[in-house]
Structure formats: structure tokens, C-alpha cells
Design a binder for this molecule. Structure first.
Ligand SMILES: C[S@@+](CC[C@H](N)C(=O)[O-])C[C@H]1O[C@@H](n2cnc3c(N)ncnc32)[C@H](O)[C@@H]1O
Length: 404
């Protein structure tokens, strides 16, 4: 299956299909957001979705959630899907079970992903089936409205089948005779959603009973350490039940305390642009940070694991010395004079922020441009210098190899 185009598209920070954004704006009975009468009330409703008492309250605010969070969340799922695609783990017949689908922020992102794949592989027929679990009827209605408008954009070799389960994860949900290639949740596994032990146990049962052999689980959550604790606890539970981390990193540490973030630029969304033009939404940020994990039930890992001679956990014992190491990139930052890569080799006994820094003036002499290095990638570095307990510096004679 060809997939160069989809990766190029993602890297170019694509727009959201115009039919989807038009349809969302029309939910408010207007053609553009400038026409909305009470913009202050709109901004309060969005701001209060999660912060009134720390828990999500969608009462009467389903449209408002969709307006802001659908564009924000739309492309996040592409990153884990691309991880799988690069390893030929996405197929033309694909069955997906999504928990807490809401208005379809992540679902539409997945459909757009398969749409691009279908356009790139016109000789292949894609049949993608979704089973969507959601407790709020209003979100299901909103999804259906958007879907009607959006589906006219599908190429003829893409067949999308949608089944809704209007149900609450706090109830045991039995899905008979269904084996899924992917079980996914996006922004549901957190305290905002009052997801407690019962729902989590039900979710784990669904993963155990409804995942096909050689299949994946994807969890996507906001980049907020307190929220991500849920994700880590569930990941730990699933790892005890024979699932393994596939990406963005796949270290064998039983309980990884590292926290890292992926990020997407959301400024190309028409809705985000229109919101930013309104006085009430001036502070809307254009980058959105999130955390994700891909688990597998067949032992597959994105990279082979390794053990460094000098563990990154121990570098304070070697300050001033040269080091050669392999590491996962947890996040990267591009500052004026240097690129900093937050790295992990799976050896940390507690949370540690260790940075590998590359001065920008050295970039020309490197074979690989580190500006393009992303979360979840893997690097091999030879002869860098440990300059402090949390910094390793790229020297003139250092070598960097990025595994892709
Ligand atoms: C923050 S929204 C996320 C929606 C969408 N997945 C996204 O990424 O934007 C969380 C969704 O999970 C749903 N949800 C929360 N708890 C649930 C439960 N116990 N059973 C089913 N759905 C639930 C909510 O109704 C809501 O639609």
C-alpha cells in the first residue's frame, strides 16, 4: 500500500475538510462565526465545559464542544495511525471500535485518513467499519448531521460503515462475534469524564474480548500530567495482561513515569481562524499538545529494544565524559540557537528530563536535519558530551543517526 502522500499531507499540517467545518458552523444557524449574536455566552460555554467543577458537563453544550474540540482533536489520531501504517499494520479491510466517540472528532480524523489512503491507492477497495460507543445522544445526532455532508467527498473505492452503540461504559457492553483490528479512545479516559474503576474495568474487558489477533489499541489524551496518570495506570494494567507498547516508545520499563507530548498545529482550521478573529477568543492557542500510546497484542514493537553502555539514568556519574547512546525522542523543541531533544532509553528509575542539545550552527555539518525529528522517533548518537546531570551536548565530532 502506498502511503507517501499521507505522510507528506500530515507533515504539511493539513486543513480540515471544508464540508466538516461548514457543517459545524451551520449547527449554530449561521454561515460564519462572526454572525453569532452572543459571542460572550459562546466563549463562556466553551470555557465552562471542563472547568466548572473539574468535570465535563455537556448539558446543552454539545454544539459548543463540537465547535472547538472537533477541529482541535481532528488530526491527533494521524500520528499513531502513521506509526502503524509505516509497519504495514493498517489494511484495506479494517474494523474499529471507538469508545466515547462524542461528535466524531477522532472518528472523522480516522475517516479522513482512510480517505487519503484510498485516494493514494485507487486500485484498492477500502472497507472500513466503525462501531462507536457513546452515552450522549446529542453527540450521535451531531455526528450524523456532519457525516451526511462529508460523505459526498469519499472516493468510490472507500466504503465507510458506521454502527452506533448508544450506551454507557459503566454498563458492561457485550459486542458479540466482533473482532476489531483497532480499539481506540480519544479524550475519554480521564477524570473530566468521571471515568472510574468500573468503566476502566469494562474497557479492559472490551480490549481482551473484542480485539482480533495481531491488533492494536490507541489511547489519546490531553498533555496534562494529572490527566495522563489514568492513561499510565491503564497502560500498566494492560501490559500485565499481555499487551505491549508499540509506539511512540516501547521500553520495557514496567511503570514508565515519563511524561512527554506530541503536538499539532491547529491554525489551518477555518473554525480556529474565525474564532481567533473574535475578541472573545483572541487567546486561543495555535498549537495543541497531546499524549498518546499504541499497544499491541502480538509483541510487535516499533523499534527493537537495546541497552546503553552508560544508562541515561546514570549520566550524573559521568559529567564531562563522552557518551554514545540510543534513545527515544520524547519531545523536541526548536529554540533560537539550538534544537533540544528530550530523550529516554527506558532506564529511568524515576521521572527524569534529559535533553540532547544540538547547536543550530552545527546543523549544516550533520547528515540529518534534527529540526525534523519528532516525538517517538529513535536516534543513535556517537561521541556526544555529558555537560550536566540532565544535558548531553552534540559536539563537532558527534554522529547522529535517526531510525525511521
Ligand atoms: C472529551 S469527549 C471526547 C470526544 C471525542 N472522542 C474527542 O476526542 O473529541 C469524551 C466523550 O466520552 C463520552 N463518555 C464519557 N464517559 C462515557 C461513558 N461512561 N460511556 C460512554 N461514553 C462516555 C462523553 O459523552 C464524550 O462524548
Amino acid at each position: 500500500m502506498k502511503f507517501d502522500k499521507i505522510i507528506q499531507t500530515y507533515e504539511s499540517q493539513p486543513e480540515i475538510p471544508k464540508e466538516i467545518e461548514e457543517s459545524i458552523i451551520n449547527l449554530f444557524g449561521v454561515k460564519n462565526l462572526q454572525e453569532i449574536q452572543d459571542k460572550v455566552a459562546l466563549s463562556k460555554r466553551i470555557a465552562n465545559l471542563f472547568y466548572s467543577d473539574g468535570e465535563a458537563d455537556y448539558k446543552q453544550n454539545h454544539k459548543e464542544y463540537t465547535l472547538y474540540y472537533l477541529p482541535v482533536n481532528f488530526y491527533k489520531v494521524w500520528q499513531p495511525l502513521i506509526d502503524l501504517l509505516k509497519y504495514n499494520l493498517i489494511h484495506e479491510r479494517f474494523k474499529i471500535l471507538e469508545l466515547g466517540a462524542g461528535p466524531g472528532s477522532c472518528t472523522f480524523g480516522m475517516i479522513e485518513f482512510f480517505k487519503m489512503l484510498a485516494i493514494d491507492n485507487l486500485e484498492t477497495n477500502f472497507v472500513v467499519s466503525f462501531c462507536l460507543v457513546e452515552k450522549e445522544k446529542e453527540f450521535i445526532d451531531i455526528f450524523n448531521t456532519i457525516f451526511e455532508r462529508y460523505k459526498v467527498t469519499f472516493p468510490t473505492n472507500l466504503n465507510i460503515d458506521i454502527t452506533w452503540l448508544h450506551n454507557d461504559l459503566n454498563n458492561y457492553i457485550e459486542i458479540k462475534d466482533n473482532k476489531y483490528d483497532l480499539i481506540i479512545e480519544s479524550n475519554m479516559l480521564n477524570r473530566n469524564e468521571k471515568i472510574f474503576r468500573k468503566a476502566i474495568n469494562n474497557l479492559i474487558d472490551l480490549c481482551l474480548n473484542n480485539l482480533d489477533k495481531h491488533s492494536s489499541i490507541i489511547f489519546i489524551e490531553p498533555a496534562d500530567e494529572s490527566v495522563v496518570n489514568y492513561l499510565k495506570a491503564i497502560k500498566q494494567k494492560l501490559k500485565k495482561l499481555s499487551f505491549n507498547s508499540f509506539s511512540p516508545c516501547c521500553c520495557d520499563a514496567d511503570y514508565c513515569k515519563q511524561f512527554a507530548s506530541a503536538k499539532n498545529y491547529i491554525g489551518k482550521s477555518r473554525i480556529i481562524k474565525e474564532l481567533k478573529d473574535l475578541e472573545e477568543f483572541k487567546t486561543v492557542k495555535l498549537y495543541h499538545y497531546f499524549e498518546y500510546v499504541v499497544l499491541r497484542n502480538d509483541g510487535l514493537k516499533k523499534y527493537k529494544f537495546f541497552k546503553n553502555k552508560i544508562l541515561l539514568n546514570d549520566i550524573d556519574d559521568y559529567i564531562g565524559q563522552d557518551i554514545s547512546f540510543k534513545a527515544f525522542i520524547l519531545s523536541s523543541s526548536n529554540k533560537e540557537s539550538k534544537i533540544s531533544l528530550k530523550i529516554c532509553d527506558g532506564s529511568f528509575s524515576e521521572r527524569k528530563d534529559i535533553w540532547f542539545e544540538i547547536p543550530k550552527k552545527m546543523i549544516m555539518s550533520l547528515r540529518y536535519n534534527p529540526i525534523d525529528i519528532n516525538r517517538g522517533e529513535f536516534i543513535e548518537v556517537k561521541r556526544a558530551k555529558i555537560v550536566s546531570k540532565n544535558r548531553i551536548f552534540c559536539e563537532l565530532h558527534s554522529q547522529i543517526k535517526v531510525m525511521r
